[in-house]
Design a protein around this ligand. Sequence first.
Ligand SMILES: Cc1cc2nc3c(=O)[nH]c(=O)nc-3n(C[C@H](O)[C@H](O)[C@H](O)COP(=O)(O)OP(=O)(O)OC[C@H]3O[C@@H](n4cnc5c(N)ncnc54)[C@H](O)[C@@H]3O)c2cc1C
Length: 458
Amino acid sequence: MPHYDAIVIGTGQSGPSLARRLVAAGRKVAVAERKLFGGTCINTGCTPTKTLVASAYTAHLARRAADYGVTIGGAVGVDMKAVKARKDAVVGVSQRGVERSLKTLDGCTVYEGHARFIAPKQVAVGDTTLSADQIFINVGGRAVVPPIPGLDQVPYLTNSSMMDVDYLPGHLVVLGGSYIGLEFAQMFRRFGSEVTVIELGPRLIAREDEDVSRAIADVLADEGIDIRVGSKVVGVARQGNDVAVTVEAAGQTSRIVGTHVLVAIGRRPNTDDLGLDKAGIAVDARSFIIVDDELRTSVPGIWAMGDCNGRGAFTHTSYNDFEIVAGNLLDHERRRVSDRITAYALYIDPPLGRAGLTEAEVRKTGKPALIATMQMEDVSRAYEKGETKGFMKILVDRDSRQILGASLFGLAGDEVVHTILDLMYAKASYTVLQLAMHIHPTVSEFLPTMMGELRPLE
Ligand SMILES: Cc1cc2nc3c(=O)[nH]c(=O)nc-3n(C[C@H](O)[C@H](O)[C@H](O)COP(=O)(O)OP(=O)(O)OC[C@H]3O[C@@H](n4cnc5c(N)ncnc54)[C@H](O)[C@@H]3O)c2cc1C
């Protein structure tokens, strides 16, 4: 039985970086990957979707060309085969990069196959059994497919099978009005599909504040997306070449007939076939691996990083998990999950950049706070670019003057939010923003102006 200092299961957003660090520290490392190197982010998540969003944005802007005095001279067309080919090319570079970097790493042995615990410190990959002193789980997650009657009888799509779509769905019905569903909804609407979004909750992306949720719904509805909130999908069936989705809303039943159905109602961890019981590794009620603040599982010498531990659902949280584990094990640091500040973006256009608490969460703390808001229409850079949809909102602790949170829904919101995030990590007063000289014309230059208009959060 080959013995290693460390086994890394899965090549998501933390495993490969940790394998490199361990090898650099002189450890003998085995890495197991059952499918595509680079995991969700590179193959079926962030990279392909943001590449597709770029194509969709270009189509949208091309249709608005006349607004900018630009003549296209005909209808704007979208070549879905070319869109997919561009996406595949971008994905391929990253995917091959991760694979090559691991396979050519001295001190690292790559096993291709499904890894499964057979004992606390033993893992089987196919016919080979490996043992190690330390094991790092980075197995990620996959789309939840709910037990909706009839769903298994139709060729539904998930974020993974969407990657093979090289045609224009006539009418895409998206089940789920949250982050993943909305990105696909807007991109396919911009490619030219009819799109309906069906959301069970009373509003889209319920984790966000109501005003943010409303502004996002307005942008999507303006582009012609049919949004059905408070709607429960109770059945799915074939109807000729189409798919009929039966929905209950406000006591009424109706049918939405589309050509394709995308299931985007949530993610579940890839922990069901990992032999965790053989190793005695504890999971919670939703099958996420239970970890402590330093990402140790219930079994000494075994860590869980990335989406499978339920402590984050993003590439940057998974990468940060790697930094925490590497920092604690190799750099004599004391890094903890609870030290990180919530941060993420929704990549519709315009994007939503988020840091820290929402307004609703700040209210729940009961602490005295200040709030500032600004419409993107009042931001000259947005006006100049003809992209004035959305608004920005920042919340501040009244006494410490530290920033508590921000929701920046508008042009470059995904980038501008980092100014806020860095100030939050520095635990600096918001007044630092007002002392700094910013570049004109940018969205960021308006942050100090906004902070000049802080008012009590009533
Ligand atoms: C459509 C979509 C868009 C997204 N967009 C963004 C975004 O814009 N920004 C962002 O931050 N996040 C985004 N995410 C989330 C992001 O992709 C994940 O949070 C990120 O990939 C972290 O995953 P991970 O490191 O936990 O593992 P993953 O990337 O999921 O990788 C896990 C790896 O483990 C392998 N594996 C699993 N089980 C086994 C086993 N038993 N044996 C061997 N190998 C195994 C898998 O094959 C896979 O390669 C998006 C997700 C989706 C679905």
